[in-house]
Write a protein that binds this ligand. Sequence first.
Ligand code: ADP
Ligand code: F6P
Length: 464
Amino acid sequence: MTLGPRGLGKGILEFVGLIIVANRAPFRLTPEGPVPAVGGLATALLPVLEAREGTWVAAREEEERRAPAAVKGPVHLELVSIPEKEWRGYYGGFSNRILWPLCHYFLERVELKREFYRDYQRVNWRFADKVLKVWREGDVVFVQDYHLLLLPRLLRERAPRMRIGFFYHIPWPSSGVFRILPWGRALVEGLLGADLIGFHTQEYAENFLRTAAYYGFPVKEDRIRVGDRWARVKAHPLGIDTERFRNLAQDPHIGLQARGLKHLAGTERLILGVDRLDYTKGILERLLAYERFLQSYPQWRGRVSLFQIATPSRTSVGAYRELKRSVDEVVGRILGNFLRADWVPLRYFYQTYTQEELATFYRAADVALITPLRDGMNLVALEYAYTSDSGALVLSNLAGAAQYLKEAFLVNPYDLEGVAQTLDQALRTPVGERRERLTSLKQRIQALDAKTWAERFLASLETA
Ligand code: ADP
Ligand code: F6P
């Protein structure tokens, strides 16, 4: 498969066929047509393929059971059918009740069930069959994330000359933590089928190198020997589509809407939180920190309002349903304690928005409070800093983004008093300093641009 014209000055992506493989498709197929998926991976990779006729291989989701196996949408989509029971074990089980909590250091939430692993293996086999069906000699296969750790090896065994890149979108934990998994060696071996393995930060890449060394693979600098070949490991941070967010930041209609939103808040300052409703995002702790802030800094009462947006996520997993109940409860308590006839201290939106709507929130907010307890990168932080013209970004030092966004107001999200104090500091920071910080942040975010990311990753893959 050839993508686009061959010619001088074209990027590497235009010379090779590209197959992206991810659990999720970049859009959901609804009776009304394709709807963009929420989440970092889809948001970042869709623009990469949109302009080219590449293939995206993804799992067929529950509500898409009746959709055809191959779909011509914004990109060519090949769907992997997965029986319901296997899907539960692979997605709700191994991916989101074992790997997700483990990699985010929520060890007490890890449920080591063997049947989950069996379903995970089966689904990875199904993905391998599908990729091998669409792959043509010379095509590059780019596999995404923790759902498909076994896939690179399965592909390598059946097509030894295949060029395979892998990007891990979540943190790779320290080797001591990864070793908790009874299947740790098989997972690492699976991943080592790739030629190039990318992570958001140097820390995650080093953790992976140490994990591979623990399982006995020879490691030399950033390379790992697997039989007679080498796999390369690299920090290769993925950011946002900056052109898209620049346009949103300059859109006069969005500017107008943002002023309306600020008016709705009815306060001098608007504070914003935007996340999937996930325990790693620290929403509960953030609300508690905000409650502490209102108690400790009474001068802000009546003058600030927090808008917390939480997108429904992984609702088939019990921990996510429990989190929703806990968040509802704390929201109710804060309102019960602080609400006045002339002041709404907190508004909680449990819904999904379009990017234009999110940009409206970003532009209206004076402070973004992005405080995950652990996060591979956190694209919301980048989106906010890139869209806002005079806001302040308060960011968790446990998000991958903190490695890059040095001019943010960095906080420890577990330290409620510290978050409250930094929130007060951010709110008091003069507009001049906020703008200076944003200017530097925007330059850093520009360097992480999503559209050039795959291009750069595949260029590294060529030399790996
Ligand atoms: P994760 O990948 O864990 O979901 P990120 O912050 O890296 O977290 O990416 C989240 C992406 O989902 C961002 O691009 C953000 O714009 C989008 N998003 C988050 N919340 C919402 C929402 N309520 N409605 C629509 N999109 C959302
Ligand atoms: O960032 C990790 C990630 O799993 C992405 O791969 C995905 O887009 C996002 O979180 C949302 O998760 P899910 O696909 O399980 O809804």
